[in-house]
Design a protein around this ligand. Structure first.
Ligand SMILES: Cc1cc2nc3c(=O)[nH]c(=O)nc-3n(C[C@H](O)[C@H](O)[C@H](O)COP(=O)(O)OP(=O)(O)OC[C@H]3O[C@@H](n4cnc5c(N)ncnc54)[C@H](O)[C@@H]3O)c2cc1C
Length: 440
């Protein structure tokens, strides 16, 4: 049996390793269009920030290590077409030679690319996106070379991590331009406003409801024009989301953004074809439908389970809640499940409560306030979502709430869960329990 995996990062290599472990006698071939394999993209903003000076630390395993496990790594091989009827994959390698290969089972793990802005001047030098270690290297070099005016387009989670990176790099000025009316789309207004205040506290300028219209300059960017103004820019970072890399997979069922629709076992609409990670949908536990959540957590889980699934083991992954966390300067943010607005848009009778509780008792040093907003079903109190923010000891508190939602618990059950207590860590009623017990 011959397994082909397209894409050699989180999803693809999790799957390839799993297949080789389960079926050592089978041929596992990975086709990867670049020469980069298995890296932690999530660590790149911290390299840009200068918190880590060794880019190799984000490289998790080398192609040679995978080869030693018996996996055939074909790097520099860009897949251009899959013919599902003849079970063949075609493309070109990095020196222009065509390749053609067949599969018994195919796993598509081709991820996503940074979304680009289709505006005049978008090709100018010093306009960056951040996806790969090479992107991070080039971006950090430009920031350190110019230490000038930086404009970040996009105020989502990665945009804010990059804002922190630029502030830590002490750039001359930082501007964040966001087309919607708030930072951190997906969070409620109180959280978005706190992020805005935090950036302002460090001297950054935030422009909401403003759209980039184009870039100008000489060879390199010099100015950013929007529908409301024009600003100096020595470096621009475009962080406006991602686009699934699925053009070569014509004929598969896809979401409107191009992500391949998968079922609970990562199977696609074609026989013997599976997909996982940022190129694919994931099943939302509360919305009960396939959604697009391009997060490393799902790439790893789906990849591992897809590896089992292609080998014929029954698997089911239906538990995505969109849990995520980030830090921007002195504030941590985290979210899981749905906000009240999202739940109501999905037809649920949702209600929410917000409390501000302390991370630990005030008599122990460095206690901080954590703002916790819980969303729950009005009729029975079953938890639907949570948003958290605070200076410290905050983000990881999303995890017990994610588990509670995963298990279908009510706010009352979470409020009386047996959390530990000692003054350096928590109060006798932990902040999460305080919030849960406030839900009526
Ligand atoms: C800056 C940044 C920060 C992030 N931070 C977080 C975080 O804190 N938490 C979190 O959960 N997630 C985070 N993410 C998201 C996370 O990194 C991704 O979800 C994860 O990398 C997806 O892995 P993947 O294997 O599905 O896809 P990718 O990482 O996109 O890998 C796909 C691979 O397929 C290859 N490929 C594409 N097309 C072809 C083709 N036609 N032929 C052959 N090969 C092809 C690509 O070259 C690539 O190597 C972050 C992402 C970025 C960019």
């Amino acid at each position: 049996m011959r397994f082909i995996v397209i894409g050699a990062n989180a999803a693809g290599m999790s799957a390839a390793m799993r297949i080789k472990r389960r079926r050592p006698e089978c041929e596992v071939v990975v086709l990867e269009k670049t020469f980069e394999v298995s890296y932690g993209a999530c660590g790149l903003p911290f390299y840009v920030a200068g918190l880590n000076d060794d880019l190799d630390l984000v490289r998790i395993r080398s192609a040679e290590e995978f080869e030693q496990s018996g996996i055939v790594m074909r790097l520099g091989h860009a897949v251009e077409q899959v013919d599902f009827a003849s079970k063949t994959v075609t493309g070109h390698d990095d020196v222009g030679n065509a390749f053609f290969t067949s599969y018994d089972r195919l796993l598509i793990a081709s991820g996503a690319s940074a979304r680009l802005l289709n505006v005049p001047g978008a090709q100018l030098r010093n306009i960056f996106t951040l996806k790969t270690p090479q992107d991070a290297e080039a971006l950090r070099a430009a920031i350190e070379r110019t230490r000038g005016n930086v404009v970040i387009v996009g105020g989502g989670a990665i945009g804010l991590e990059l804002a922190e990176a630029c502030l830590l790099q002490k750039v001359k000025s930082l501007r964040v331009i966001e087309a919607t009316g708030q930072l951190l789309p997906g969070f409620d207004e109180e959280y978005a406003l706190a992020a805005l205040d935090e950036l302002a506290r460090y001297g950054a300028h935030v422009h909401l409801g403003e759209r980039v219209a184009g870039f100008s300059g000489g060879e390199a960017v010099g100015r950013v024009a929007t529908d409301k103004g024009e600003y100096d820019a020595d470096v621009v970072i475009v962080s406006v989301g991602v686009v699934p890399n699925t053009a070569f997979a014509a004929g598969l069922d896809k979401l409107p953004n191009g992500a391949i629709v998968t079922d609970h076992a990562m199977k696609t609409s074609e026989q013997d074809v599976f997909a996982a990670g940022d190129c694919a949908s994931v099943w939302h536990a509360l919305l009960k439908k396939p959604v697009y959540l391009p997060l490393g957590t799902y790439a790893n889980k789906q990849g591992r389970l897809a590896g089992d699934s292609v080998c014929g083991k029954p698997v089911s992954y239906t538990r995505a809640l969109g849990s995520m966390m980030l830090r921007c300067m002195g504030l941590e943010f985290a979210k899981t499940g749905l906000t009240e607005r999202e739940a109501k848009a999905a037809g649920m009778d949702a209600k929410s409560v917000m409390v501000r509780a302390h991370s630990h008792p005030h008599y122990y040093p460095d206690a901080c306030e954590i703002a916790i907003k819980l969303c729950y079903r009005e009729n029975d109190g079953v938890l639907l979502g949570a948003q958290l923010m605070g200076e410290r000891e905050t983000a990881l508190r999303i995890d017990p709430i994610a588990v509670a939602i995963d298990r279908g618990m009510t706010a009352e059950e979470l409020g009386f869960a047996d959390f530990g207590y000692a003054p350096p860590f928590a109060g006798s009623w932990d902040a999460v329990a305080v919030a849960a017990n406030a839900a009526k």
